[in-house]
Design a protein around this ligand. Sequence first.
Ligand code: ADP
Ligand code: MG
Length: 498
Amino acid sequence: MTTMTQQDITEELQAGRPTGPLVQGYEVIIGFETHAQLSTASKIFSRASTAFGAEPNTQACPVDLALPGTLPVMNKGAVERAIKLGLALGSTIAPRSVFARKNYFYPDLPKGYQISQFEIPVVQGGSVSFFVGDEPKTVRLVRAHLEEDAGKSLHEDFVGQSGIDLNRAGTPLLEIVTEPDMRSTAEAVAYARELHKIVTWIGICDGNMQEGSFRCDANVSVRKPGAKLGTRREIKNLNSFKFMQQAIDYEIRWQIEEIEDGRKIQQATVLFDPDTGETRAMRTKEDAADYRYFPDPDLPPLVIAADWIERVRGEMPELPRAMAERYEREHGLSAYDAAQLTQGPALAHYFQSAVAAGANAKLAANWITGEIARRLNQQDIGIDQAPVGAAQMAKLVGRISDGTISNNAARQVFDALWTGEAAEVDAVIEAKGLKQMSDSGALEKIIDGVLATNQKNIDEYRAGKDKAFNALVGQVMKASQGKANPAQVNALLKSKLG
Ligand code: ADP
Ligand code: MG
């Protein structure tokens, strides 16, 4: 595939040439706005706790309640997390950015405005690169800005009235905005997964989607190839990858149907209802002008000195893509295996621990991305809960490498360890008698026995039939109760048959 430069993508977009697959003759255009809740202990402009799940209104201090006379004070930890994201995504960190008031009325917003960044955001530009299947894809970022979250209206627990919980008011958010660079639902979901991986990897967000720590707004429009950009609708607050996929798929079909029926798409904010699988208009969309943005006089510009950025750079962990490339280089892993192993820091750490304990890297990678991944998936647990630790994994791989056990026997050992039947590799091999036959004298005896009773196979082999050879190997393996080393059996048989 030819990689498009940023310039190319924008030109293609303006020229109206399709850059992705068509759906019923329409090109799909998607841009994302993601709210990542930053993992600071206290709020963005106050000292109240950000811990999830507290009793309503127990974590809202006078600043969060907008009591008269209170003033916001910037949380340094929130800024540092914004810097980390910028460094991870190759963005520019603005040396000076400005907080602005976004004015609107809503019961969960006591100040009557949200403190956000408008004209000069802290993080500018950058990109996210990932794979959609085997296709590389790059999505450009417009910006990422710091802002505060609002409170929550509670309707469920009350009859005929609503409650307001201001615990969430003032929670630090980083809103990450992309260019409209995605061309399909698959690309959109892959982008969201990659961004989720990065923010959790660099530790700026806990990534808990159920609790709302990572929520995505998908802007979707469709157009006939060659037409000008279509009107977008924004699907708000997608908080699971599954719903994201369903919502965008539905929205694309809905928009195409509207246009085919001769109606015009109205710019709107819509919500996805997981029960019906449909998106529904919530309100027509405000324009920026409606918010009467202006610089917040209570906060000085945010100034980030170059040495602060360098200090943060020095603390950055190796990023997943760099780590995957290193695995390919250092351990000769395939790009696919390397990508699998760098899905999360815990998995990568597990792999590295196994290799550090002496495991052959390729074998370890096969087991981790195969058998272990399958079981983790089945039981819906993470690698940190795996009953087989990296040390035992390394031991198991080592016993395959040194010829003590066959792959089949290894699977039995693994199963015994995983189910808790036993705790130690060598003990299982001993108890179950899984050792491969390494004594070539004993093996030769078995082979001689098999050859003595299978003249037909010998004749066929000598007549050039490979199948007959395999049959002989099978006979020997059977006679050894699976304990013969297949490679050794092959070699001995060949030499005996001449
Ligand atoms: P706002 O801040 O009012 O929501 P922006 O212009 O900042 O509007 O864009 C928000 C998001 O919508 C961005 O991710 C952008 O890439 C995306 N977007 C803009 N135009 C379109 C379009 N025609 N189709 C799909 N997405 C779009
Ligand atoms: Mg927006």
